[in-house]
Structure formats: C-alpha cells, structure tokens
Ligand binder design. Structure first.
Ligand code: 5CA
Ligand code: ZN
Length: 435
C-alpha cells in the first residue's frame, strides 16, 4: 500500500557518525553496521489500524525516524519496511463491537495514521505493506514450513466449523521445538512466557498443539470472519508473527539489521517473528539488533487502545497544537524511557519551539558548527534526543541573549549570518523539527 509524503531533508555539511543502538537481547549498546556500500535494513512494526494514532504510537515512529535520519546523515542508504496489521483479532473485534465494516474501519485509521505521520514529519518507509496484501507471501512460506517440518496442522475444534474449501484441513502452527534459539531474546521464565503469550493474542490452551507456546501461522476460515485463498493450506487468514517475518524477508532480504517497535513487542511478537525468520531464512541470526522504545502512559496507565486512555495526535492538532510541539514533547524523552504525558509537557514543548523559532529567525547568531556536531554525536549515541535538545536550547539561549544586546554565557558572540540557518537545517534534518 502507499505510505505517505516524505518531508524534505535539508542538506548538512559533512556527515554524521556511525550509530550505536541499545540491543534488547544483549542488554547493551551495539554498533549498527557501518557498511557504507550496502543499504541499512530496518523493520519497524506498524499499527493495527483500529484506533490511530496515539502518542505511544507516535513515540515509536518518531524514535526510529531519528535512526533513519541519522543513518542517512552518516551516508547510508536506508531500506525501511513497516507493516500494517490490517487483519487480526483486535481489529475484527473492534469492528464487530462498533457495528462497522472491518475493512472500512482499517482504511479510515490507516488514512489517519498517514496524515499524522505526515504532520509529524516522519520519513516514510521505503515499503509500507499490509498484512492482507502479504497473504500470498505468508501462504507460500507456511507451505514451505509444513513441507520441511517446522510447522504442523491442528484440527479445528468440534463445532467451530471451518467454512471455505476444505473443512478437513486444520489451522497451522509453528513447531518451536525445532528452534533451540527460541526464548533467548526475551529471556523470560516459561511461566511468564505463557502468561504474556496469553495476554497478547496467544492460545496456550488450544487442544492439539505440540507445545503451549507454539504460535498460529494460518487460521482456517471461521463463520463470520474474513478469509482468503490459502492454496494447499485451505482458506483462512494469517497469524500475526508470521506476517512480520514474511514481510521482512520479502522486502528486506535475508538480513534485518534493526528490528524495532515498542517494548510491548519484545515478547511474544519479536521473539516469535525472529524464530519464524530463522525457519524461513535457514540462518541462525537473521536479525542483528533488536531495538525497543519505552511505553507512554496517560492517567497512570500505559496508553492503549484497549484501555481507551488515548491522547491522539490528530486531536491535539485539531485543537490547535503545533505538530512540531507534539514532536518536541516526544523528543524530550529518551526513546527507551517510559513516561507519562501531561499537559504541562506540551506547554513546555510549545515554549521551546517558540524560543527556537525566535533564535533561528534572527539575522545572525553564534556559530552553529559545534551545535551540528553535538546533535550528531547525541543521535549516534543511542538516539539521545534529550541531549540533542539541550544543545539546541543552549545555542538558542545564546542567540537570543546576544540579540538582546547582552553577551552570551561565554561573554562573546562569534557567530555569523549563516549560523541561524545552519541551526535551523540541523534541527530539521536530524530531529525532524521544522521551525
Ligand atoms: N501491529 C502490531 C505490530 S506488528 C502492533 O503492535 N500494533 S499497535 O497498533 O498495537 O502498536 C503499534 C506500535 O506502537 C508498536 O510498535 C507498539 O509497540 C507501539 N505502541 C503501542 N502502544 C504504545 C505505548 N503506549 N507507548 C509506546 N509505544 C506503543
Ligand atoms: Zn510486527
């Protein structure tokens, strides 16, 4: 499906440093590959479109937008894939509960997401791929997994009545016992894995599975549910984790340099997806680095569609908030931090944006080469936006003080007419904040 319009990225002098990111399984910073003649490959898990776009989503996509910008600034071509889970249980349940057509609900929320991403100046993925359009990829891979024994069929429970072409064919599950590396990413005890799996769409109690944690790859048709041609699998629809594995494999090739999303996806989603990738790429380490953003809360709880405690980007903007202030609310927190949204944070970000605008609109200002170097260094160090913001604040304070006839903190302004423009291009290209 089509993504959204890219913001223009201003040119900057020189180039940025190699980016280091925190790798969740390693629990430490790791370098992203400094291979300049090969594109960097990034997969960021996209939305399930039944209630877009709250500040938690925005936090995740703005975080990895910084990565795309830092990579490009370091001279790397970026191949970036994002999916849309445009068919899955939560979407179908919401559609049923609200009496809407599921496809129409999904389309409307995907449109809203595109417009929110455009407004927030998020660089679009190279490929934006829906689960529905990926069904032929999934079917082919699941057939292969069945052939080679890394997947198996489970008969449908009596009475659930598979509709479609061949009621005798069962649902298909992955056989995790064939993957000795399963579980090494999230590193949770089995009872926690089972509990978190059940809380996130898993079915540990399903009769007929070989292991309680084995995840669904293909769900046969059920009365009242949408279904698609599954070739030898029979009609049905794809499981969640295999969707991301197949899309990553098809659009990024056998190596995903960074697999990213919010921390709520560490287990089961990314653990399962990587296990599927091992099965379909026949290599032990198809993902080099797993990066996860922190959770954004509101009114004391994780912001989530199921709880309904949402602060929507579109609502803030409709109420007159400058989208760049929304972006600055997000960037004021390190992407791995958990934080709670407050109105005060928005007021603070609005004040910051005004100061930046005033300083960058001056006819001259303190030299900005050091600012550019500091912002680059902060981003290369695990996308440290708060440190980058502090550097810009300092530059802006000096520019404003100098324009008021007072000397800056170091007693002198050694700037030039081009400095405010370089500062403006720095925050636009690297932080995505257009002032
Ligand atoms: N479609 C799947 C991924 S394949 C999914 O998790 N969709 S989602 O709509 O629930 O979430 C989209 C992205 O936003 C995910 O990366 C998720 O980790 C992130 N996210 C969801 N809620 C929050 C939150 N409160 N704070 C931070 N990130 C969040
Ligand atoms: Zn995903």
């Amino acid at each position: 499906m089509h993504a959204w319009t890219s913001p223009a990225l201003p040119d900057l002098p020189g180039s940025g440093a190699d980016v280091h990111l925190f790798d969740t399984p390693a629990g430490a910073l790791a370098p992203t590959r400094p291979v300049r003649d090969e594109p960097a490959t990034l997969y960021v898990c996209g939305i399930t479109p039944y209630d877009a776009t709250h500040l938690g989503h925005a936090n995740t996509y703005v975080a990895f937008d910084l990565l795309v910008r830092a990579w490009r600034d370091a001279g790397r071509e970026v191949k970036y894939v994002q999916n849309v889970t445009d068919v899955d249980d939560p979407l179908l349940e919401r559609a049923t509960a609200t009496g809407r057509d599921w496809r129409e609900l999904a389309d409307s929320q995907i449109d809203l997401f595109r417009s929110d991403m455009t407004t927030l100046r998020v660089v679009p993925p190279t490929h934006y791929v829906g689960a529905v359009e990926a069904i032929p990829l999934v079917v082919r891979r699941v057939e292969e997994m069945l052939d080679e024994g890394s997947a198996y069929r489970v008969p449908l429970p009596a009475g659930e009545g598979a509709g479609g072409d061949d009621p005798g064919l069962g649902d298909v599950y992955a056989d995790l016992s064939g993957d000795p590396l399963f579980g090494t990413g999230a590193d949770l005890p089995v009872d926690r894995m089972l509990a978190v799996f059940a809380e996130n769409g898993g079915d540990p109690e399903r009769q007929g599975k070989r292991q309680p944690l084995d995840p669904l790859l293909w769900r046969r048709s059920r009365p009242g549910e949408p279904d698609w041609d599954g070739a030898s699998l029979g009609t049905g629809r794809p499981g969640w984790h295999i969707e991301c594995a197949c899309i990553a494999r098809a659009y990024l090739g056998p190596l995903v340099e960074v697999q990213a999303g919010g921390r709520d996806l560490v287990f089961p989603h990314h653990e399962m997806s990587e296990s599927h990738l091992r099965a379909i790429t026949a290599q032990p380490a198809p993902v080099l680095l797993h990066a996860h953003g922190g959770m954004v809360a509101y009114e004391g709880e994780k912001m989530s569609k199921s709880l309904g405690n949402l602060v929507l980007v579109s609502r803030l903007v409709a109420e007159g908030t400058d989208p760049m202030a929304v972006r600055l609310v997000l960037l004021a927190h390190h992407y791995r931090a958990d934080w709670e949204y407050t109105d005060a944070a928005l007021t603070e970000a609005t004040g910051r944006l005004e100061r930046w605008r005033a300083a960058m609109g001056l006819p001259s200002g303190p030299e900005a080469d050091t600012l550019l170097a500091r912002v680059r260094a902060a981003l290369a160090d695990d996308l440290d936006a708060p440190t980058a913001l502090a550097a810009v604040d300092e530059w802006a304070a000096r520019a404003l003080e100098a324009s008021g006839g007072r000397p800056g903190p170091d007693g002198a302004v050694t700037g030039s007419g081009g400095a405010p423009d370089l500062a403006r291009r720095t925050v636009d290209a690297l932080l995505g904040v257009a002032v």
